[in-house]
Every structure is written in C-alpha cells, then in structure tokens.
Design a protein around this ligand. Structure first.
Ligand code: AHG
Ligand code: MN
Ligand code: MN
Length: 331
C-alpha cells in the first residue's frame, strides 16, 4: 500500500516544485497546529466547561461564545511562533493586530470558529483562513493594507470539526483535503485534487429569510421546489446546517449551490457573510475546485473591500446553477 502523505511532506513537496516559499511552509505548519488544538478543544464539549456564551459581544454586535475567544487566542499564539505573519485580522477582533512587526511576508485574516451558534448542540463548526501578501516596505500593516480583493489571496482554507476533522486547502493551484489522524497527530492527504461537480440538484439557503430575498433568488428557489414538472425539470433537495464550512464542504464533494443572498431591505447589511474572512477564502477554494462564486452581480473575489468586517452577498458552488442564478439577476 502506498504510504499516505502527511501535511508536512505535502508542503515540502510543493516547496520543492517551486509552488510555495519556505515562509509559507512555516506559516502553514503553525496554522495546522492551531487547528489541531482547536479541534481538540471543540471535541471536549461540555467536559471542559467551555460551551455557552462568554458574556461579551464582538465588534459586529454578535454574542461571543467561550470557544470563539479560545479559538481566536489559539490562532494568535500558534501564528506568533512562526514569525511569518506580520499582522492579522479576525472576526473576533475589532481592529488589525500586529503580530511579528517587521517580520513575515504575510497577512492573515480568519474566522476562528465558524458556525459557532452550533457549538452547544454538537453540530459541525469550523475555522476559515485567508493568506494575503504583506505590502513591501510596511513594517506594521494597518487596515488599508488588508483591503485587497479576493483575487490577491495567496492561499486559503477551512477546517471542519465534524465527525472527523478535515482541512481543505488551496495554495493557489488545486484544492486538497487532509484528514486529522489523531493517533499520529498529523493531517493526512485523503482528498487530493477536489473537484465540484458542474451540475447539481441540491441547494442550501436559509429559507426563513425568503421575504427579504431579491426577485432573482425568489424565482430561482421557487423553480427548484417545483421539481420535475417545473422549469428546471428535476427534483431538488435542500440542506442547511447553519455553519458555512459544513454547508460548503458538502458541496465540495457532491456539488450544490449555497446562497446567502442580498437583503435589499437592510441597507446596513448587504448580506450576512463577511467578505474578508468568510466569503473570499471560501470563494477561492470553490473556484480552484472548478465552481463559481458570485455576489449575484459579479465575481465575488473582485469586490474591492472597504472595511475589515464588511458583509457581502454570496452565491457559490456548482457552475451550471450559479450561472443560472447570476443570469436571473441580470434579467
Ligand atoms: P459565525 O458563527 O462565524 O458568526 O458564522 C455564522 C454564519 C455562517 O457560518 C452560516 O452560514 C450563517 O452564519 C448561518 O446563518 P443563519 O443564522 O441565518 O442560519
Ligand atoms: Mn463565520
Ligand atoms: Mn465565527
């Protein structure tokens, strides 16, 4: 039997091929350690008393869970030691924080725990991250240095803490999945070159928001639920976990369309998901796996960010269905 490739060997192979730098190898090493530690903490559930609310709010006015804060701290500590990340931005921190001033080639943006409302009920949660280049000549990067569109990402990934822990990563050339082997304490390449099927009959949307959808989305979902006799001519299935990582991970395997569309009735919130640390990294993975990601009005990764915590409408997944919904927006 062929020896399974562990994450570290994969990174060295990519470095030898000239795909990534030595700095990226160390950064990814630190990130993978952080995710192993978060995986452990999440799996302890009620045993270590970290479920429930921390009694604080983040800058977006959302109640922080204990584990949101723990996961954020774990990310910060693990990255500090690598000295490869000059500055970071996170869902759980109001502003940019300096990490290795004057050192490190990269900026990191992350959602330490995605889907955290699911923690208390033992449903999959995850971590999402996006790696950007630290602009040359800037020792202590500020917010403006993070205002890079998704097309500038060097690497991106997510980890799902589910029935197993899996990290799905792109370094800009393909998408690979690494399952955490707890016995040896290493991520192992189990899902090489992941590809999203172009066609699908599965959609993922929070239908309780249907009164505030735009007409294009109302039309599309209306057509999906009409099944074989409707205009799309096939029976659709619906799934909504409520953790973006889990909903997107499902479509990475078997195809699907995931929508958190624009709410035209809410001027302050043009969508729910955050551009820099949720929508951009997941879009990068989806595109690298052969899918599409749009705001409904254009390629999501081309949106020029103006704020660290800004939100964006998201329509992503299997090519044929994303193209269809985007087409409805332009009609
Ligand atoms: P977070 O826990 O990081 O704040 O993100 C939650 C997000 C995303 O993971 C998920 O798709 C969406 O919120 C769920 O929204 P609903 O509450 O509308 O289901
Ligand atoms: Mn999130
Ligand atoms: Mn989160």
């Amino acid at each position: 039997m062929e020896k399974p490739m562990i994450f570290r060997d994969y990174l060295y192979r990519e470095k030898q091929k000239g795909e990534i730098s030595g700095e990226m190898v160390s950064l990814m090493g630190g990130l993978s350690v952080a995710c192993k530690r978060i995986s452990h903490d999440v799996s302890q559930g009620a045993l270590i008393g970290t479920l429930g609310s921390a009694g604080t709010e983040n800058v977006q006015g959302e109640i922080q869970k204990e584990l949101d804060i723990i996961a954020n701290d774990v990310m910060m500590e693990s990255l500090l030691w690598t000295e490869r990340v000059r500055a970071v931005a996170s869902e759980e921190m109001d502003d940019v924080e300096q990490l290795s001033v004057g050192k490190g080639d990269y900026l990191l943006v992350f959602d330490p725990l995605d889907g955290s409302s699911n923690i208390d009920v033992n449903i999959s949660v995850g971590t999402i991250f996006s790696v950007l280049r630290s602009p040359e000549g800037v020792d202590a990067p500020a917010k403006e240095d993070f205002m890079q569109p998704g097309t500038e990402q060097v690497a991106a990934g997510y980890v799902v803490y589910g029935t197993s822990t899996i990290m799905v990563l792109t370094l800009g050339n393909e998408v690979n999945g690494f399952t955490l082997d707890r016995d040896i304490g290493a991520f192992v390449l189990t899902h090489p070159d992941m590809r999203i099927p172009e066609e699908t009959n599965e959609f993922s949307i929070n239908a309780s928001n249907s009164l505030s959808w735009e007409p294009a989305v109302t039309r599309y979902i209306g057509e999906c639920v009409q099944g074989e006799n409707g205009p799309l001519g096939k029976k659709f299935n619906m799934r909504w976990v409520g953790s973006m990582v889990a909903d997107v991970h499902r479509l990475m395997y078997r195809g699907g369309i995931f929508l958190y569309p624009k709410d035209p009735t809410n001027k302050k919130k043009p969508g729910k998901l955050r551009l820099l640390y949720e929508a951009n990294p997941i879009s990068f993975l989806v595109e690298q796996a052969g899918g599409l990601s749009s705001t409904g009005y254009g390629r999501l990764m081309e949106v020029q960010p103006v704020d660290l915590h800004e939100r964006v409408p998201v329509i992503m997944g299997s090519k044929v269905e994303v193209e269809r919904v985007v087409g409805y927006h332009s009609e």
